[in-house]
Ligand binder design. Structure first.
Ligand code: BGC
Length: 377
């Protein structure tokens, strides 16, 4: 079934009558049957300029992003699978396009304490907990509602108290909106009935040449950050926030991602490349929308600008891609065949008293926005 609403701003929805069985690779190499469902949908947002974004309510995943290059040629710049089964059946999956939560990134040894009460999470990235646990928000079915007038789709997930070890019933929603000026606006909201850490982010892997078109080392990246949060060998922040100047982590002026990635540097060794959080320069505007990063791809002319209200951004250079996964058109996703720019609070904040807090309390609302804006020049 498919509905097209209007020509200029259209949302179409495909209801897929499929039974999905999800297998998740855990740290113990165990295949776990985590969910069956027959109500997975795909929504397509389109605008007049030819841009389109496909979203599914499984994991609130962005499945594709078609954007024009400088000559108007469209390419899909988001890595992923060509159908839903690719996402639901993926073993060892890299979170292509998903919303990660309840806590994006790592929590040291899966442990934290709130008001004297200790909590323990599954260790799915030994010795730490990563991206919300074994069955994080990327592997659950969300309720979806399309709004044609707004050219958006809103997804809601209600996580239970104790789910993946986190306290509190958490209702969270993510709205994806495609604007007429080729921006994907992402609005996040959440409320809870018990104090809980919350850190939601979007995990799209971009390749501005097009998914499957080689690596991203020639993309020119600027990160609006003079500091970053170095990590230990398990990728947990040390708590320090040194200056990037004079290190391979200096992206204050745009430079090719590949320029310093092979430098002899302990932090790059720990990450197998870039897999770090930068402390965004907010110019004193904490919580306000500011430019976080730009990425320019010279051969296509495509430019991605990232704006966010969040204080940090994880730049991950696709170090764990190794050519085993094939793209939507069957092309292998080679080492560093995509990059992520995950707007977020800093990793392990629940255990780092000097970092901005990620604690959401009953009565308060988690509300944050990130924008991925595309153009070409
Ligand atoms: C993490 C990486 C991880 C990747 C896929 C990123 O957000 O920082 O360490 O490998 O997600 O799970």
């Amino acid at each position: 079934m498919s509905h097209a609403f209007s020509k200029s701003c259209s949302v179409s929805v495909v209801l897929l009558a499929i039974v999905a069985t999800v297998f998740v690779q855990t740290s113990a190499d165990l295949a776990v049957d985590v969910k069956t469902a027959d109500d997975i949908q795909i929504y397509t947002l389109e605008n007049d300029r030819g841009m389109s974004v496909r979203v599914t309510n499984f994991g609130a995943i962005i499945m594709s992003i078609f954007v024009p290059d400088r000559d108007g040629n469209l390419a899909d710049v988001a890595l992923g699978y060509h159908d839903i089964a690719g996402y639901t059946n993926a073993v060892d999956k890299p979170y292509f396009g998903a919303i990660v939560g309840r806590y994006g990134n790592r929590i040291a040894e899966g442990k934290f304490t709130i008001d004297g009460q200790d909590y323990s999470l599954a260790i799915n990235n030994p010795p730490n907990s990563l991206h919300g646990g074994v069955i994080g928000f990327d592997k659950v079915i969300w309720d979806a509602k399309a709004d044609a007038a707004d050219n958006s789709v809103s997804l809601t997930y209600r996580a239970k108290d104790g789910e993946e070890g986190y306290p509190g019933n958490l209702t969270c929603s993510v709205t994806y909106r495609l604007t007429d000026d080729n921006a994907i606006e992402i609005d996040y909201r959440a409320t809870t009935d018990k104090a809980t850490p919350v850190n939601l982010t979007q995990h799209t892997y971009f390749n501005l040449k097009g998914e499957g078109e080689g690596d991203i080392l020639d993309h020119q990246l600027m990160i609006n950050a003079n500091r970053y949060t170095p990590v230990d060998e398990t990728l947990i922040p040390t708590g320090k926030t040194p200056a990037v100047q004079g290190t391979p982590f200096d992206f204050t002026s745009a430079k090719p991602i590949g320029r310093d990635i092979a430098a002899d540097n302990e932090q790059l060794r720990f990450g197998g490349g870039y897999d770090h959080n930068w402390v965004l320069d907010k110019g004193g505007k904490t919580g306000e929308m500011t430019l976080a990063a730009t990425v320019y791809e010279p051969s296509s002319g495509r430019l991605l600008e990232v704006f966010t209200q969040e204080p940090g951004i994880q730049f991950y250079s696709g170090n764990f891609l190794d050519g085993r996964l094939a793209g939507k058109s069957g092309k292998p996703y080679v080492h560093r065949g995509g990059f992520c720019l995950e707007t977020q609070h800093y990793p392990d904040s629940p255990n780092q008293p000097t970092f901005p807090s990620t604690l959401l309390k009953p009565g308060d609302e988690y509300e944050t926005k990130t924008v991925f804006k595309f153009s070409a020049r």
